[in-house]
Write a new protein. Structure first.
Length: 109
């Protein structure tokens, strides 16, 4: 399974690029934006807007790898696929969404 499943819920997650000074500003922006992403994902799911959840998951899938958070890319890919398969059945989506939100809540610069 992805990185979020193998780590303690309180343990921070750092980018593989954290020691590269050229990435610091970008990582800071990504981490700052993570809270907003969590809010969008959770509110969209609560309102049954699975299309929006799917789009957000797709964006996170690409961004996760680009910013050095491979575990996020893996989780977001699974969430995106679940949204494609399960609409409108939300049973599989909820736990995957929780994993993505948990991961995002632990990303650090």
């Amino acid at each position: 399974m992805g990185q979020a499943r193998t780590m303690s819920a309180a343990e921070p997650i750092y980018s593989v690029f954290r020691d590269e000074s050229d990435f610091q500003e970008l990582l800071e922006a990504f981490v700052a934006h993570a809270v907003e992403r969590c809010d969008v994902l959770q509110s969209s799911y609560a309102q049954g807007q699975i299309g929006t959840v799917r789009v957000q998951a797709h964006q996170l899938k690409g961004a996760g790898g680009g910013y050095g958070f491979e575990g996020l890319s893996e989780l977001a890919a699974r969430l995106e696929e679940a949204c494609k398969r399960c609409e409108p059945d939300l049973g599989e989506i909820g736990p995957l969404l929780d994993d993505v939100v948990d991961y995002l809540s632990r990303v650090r610069v």
